[in-house]
Design a protein around this ligand. Sequence first.
Ligand code: WTA
Length: 653
Amino acid sequence: MSDEQQGGITTVLKEDRSFPPPQEFQTRASVKSMEEYEQLWQKSIDDSETFWTEQAETLLDWDQRWETLLEWNAPFAKWFVGGKLNACHNCVDRHLLTWRKNKAAIVWEGEPGDSRVLTFSDLHREVCKFSNALKSIGVTKGQRVTIYMPMIPELAIAVLACARIGAPHSVVFGGFSSEALADRNNDAEASVMITADGGWRRGKIIPLKDNVDECLTKSPTVKNVIVYKRTGQEISMESGRDHWWHELVEEQSADCPAEPMDSEDPLFLLYTSGSTGKPKGILHTTAGYLLGATLTTRYIFDLKEEDTYWCTADVGWITGHSYIVYGPLSNGATTVMYEGAPNWPDAGRFWDVIEKYRVNILYTAPTAIRAFIKSGDQWPKKHDLTSLRLLGTVGEPINPEAWMWYHEVIGGGRCPIVDTWWQTETGSIMISPLPGATPTVPGCATRPFFGIQPQIVDKEGKEVTQGRGGFLVMAKPWPSMLRNIWGDEERFKQTYWSQVAGKYFTGDGARRDEKGYFWILGRVDDVINVSGHRLSTMEVESALVSHDDVAEAAVVGRPHEVKGEAITCFVTLEEGKQPSPELKTELSKHVVDQIGALARPEEIRFTDSLPKTRSGKIMRRLLRDVAAGRESQGDTSTLEDFTVLAQLRDGDE
Ligand code: WTA
C-alpha cells in the first residue's frame, strides 16, 4: 500500500495480553478448543461443498432442495441453485411446531420505559396480518418496500412480512434525513413506504412522518404509505395515499402462507456508503444470506435455548438485520430490542435493560463502550450484570483499553469477548473469535469463521509476509456475500472485484500476526467510520458544495476519543463570501439536512485553497495530518503550493 492508501493506519500497538476462554464457558460451548476450531475450519475450506451442504440441511427449512450448491461465474455467485425456502417461515413459523411457540421471540423496551413481549405465536399472528395488509394495498413479489421506522417491534414485523410475501425490503435508518431517504427510495424505486408518526430519542420525538412527507415531494414512485402510531403527535395524513397501520391491519386475516422463494430471489437491499457520494444498494438474496446469519449467530454467540440475547444496533444497519432479526429469530432465540438512546434518561440505561431482562449475551459497538467509559464506572456498578455470559463488539476497531474496560467492568472478568469483523456486503460475521475456543487478545478480531478464507495482499494480489499490512481480501465466495449493487453492475465489479484480481476486496487494511490472528487496521478508501457508521467523505463533500456559498470542500476523518473518527471539513468559499461562525453553523445544519444527524461535522475550517497535487487531486493525506494535528510524514514533493499547507496549520480561519 502507498502512504496515501494506508491513511496513517499502519501502526498498531503490540498487545501481549491474551485471555483463554473461561473454563466454565468452554465446557458448555459448541466448539471447545482451538484444535477443534482449526480442524473444522480446515475441513470447511478444503471441502467447502460438504460443509455448506451440511449446514444448509441442518439449519434451514426448505420447501424444495437445491440442485447445485454453487454456480460461481466470478464475480457473480449463485448459491443453492434451484432451492426454495422462505426466510420468514424459517424465523417464525417453524418454531410454532415446537415448544417454542410460547417462547419470547422479541422482548422490547421503549425509550419512555414501556415494554412489550411477543412470543413466536404473537409474532406469527402479527406478521401474517401485516403481510395481508401489504397485499391489500397491492404489494406483490419482487416489489421493493422502503421501511423508515423507529426501533419498535413493528419494524421487525414489517421486515418479516416483506420476506414472507417476497417483497425485498429496503430499511433506511431513522436517523437519515428526508433527502437521504428520497435518494435511497428513488434508487430502489419502492412503491410503498412503511413508517411511524415518530420515534423516541433522548426524550424527544423524531418526526419520521414529517420527513416522509418531505421525501415524497421528491419520490414519485411511492403510491402508498403505512404509518404506525407510536408517539401520537399531530401529523398530516393524505387520504388515498397514507394508511394507519392499525386500521389497515384490523380487518386482515391472520392466515397468510409464506411464499416459497428461490434461493437467489432478493431478500433485501441495504444502502451503504462507498468511496463516492452516491450510496450503494447492497443486494442480499434469500438462502445464502439466511444461512450465514443463522450459522454465525449460533456459533459466534454460542446461543443456548435459554439465552436472552441483546444486540444494541438499529435494524436500519446490517448488524440489526443479521443479529437482531434474521440470525436470532431463525435460531428461535429471544432477541431484545431497545428503542432509544443509550444514555437516556441517564448513562445507566443499558445496564438497567440488562438487569431488567436478565440479558445473557450483549453485542454492541466500541463507540458506545467508549462513551460509557467517559460517563464513569458508577453507572454499570449500580446494576446487577451477573446474567451476562458473553460480550460482543462490532463496527470499528476496538482500542485495547476499551476492550479491557468492557471485559472487566461489564463482563466482570468472566465473559469472553467476541470482536466481530464484517460488513454490510458480507452479510454475516467473517472474522471473530469462537468464544469457547479462541484465546482473545484486546483489539483483535482473531481468526476467520468456518468457510471463510481471508487473505492479506498487496496491490498485485500477492500475499504479504506475516506482520506486514496489506489489503484484506476474501479468496473464496461464501453464501451470504452480496450479489450485486442494485441497478449498478459496473460499480459492483469495479468496487469489489477489480482491485485484486479474482478476490473480493473489502476496502479494509489488515495484518496478520504470528498466531495467524487478523488485526483490522481500518479503511483504505475514502470511507470514514464515525461512531461505527460508515460515511463516505465524498457524500459529506457533495452536501457541502451543494450550499451556495461553498466553492470547494474536502472532508477527512480525524481520530476522536468517543466516535472513533470525527468529520473534519476544509471549505473554500465562493468569491465575495466571508467566513463567519454563523456560516459554520449554517453549513453544519446544511449537511445534517442533506444526510442526517450522523453526518454532523465535528469541525469546519475555512481556507483560501486546498492542498492539491500538480494534477489537481486533493491531498487528503495531508489534510488528515492537519486535522489530527500531526506533522506530515509523507511525501509532499507533489504538492502544488506549500504555502497552502502552512496556512492550514496556522489557523482556523
Ligand atoms: C469496520 C458493520 C474493525 C470495517 C458490520 C468494515 C470493523 C466496516 C469491525 C463495515 C471490527 C466492522 N473491527 N473494523 N470488528 N467491524 N468494521 O458495512 O472498516 O456498517 O469495512 O458493517 O466497519 O461497516 P458496515
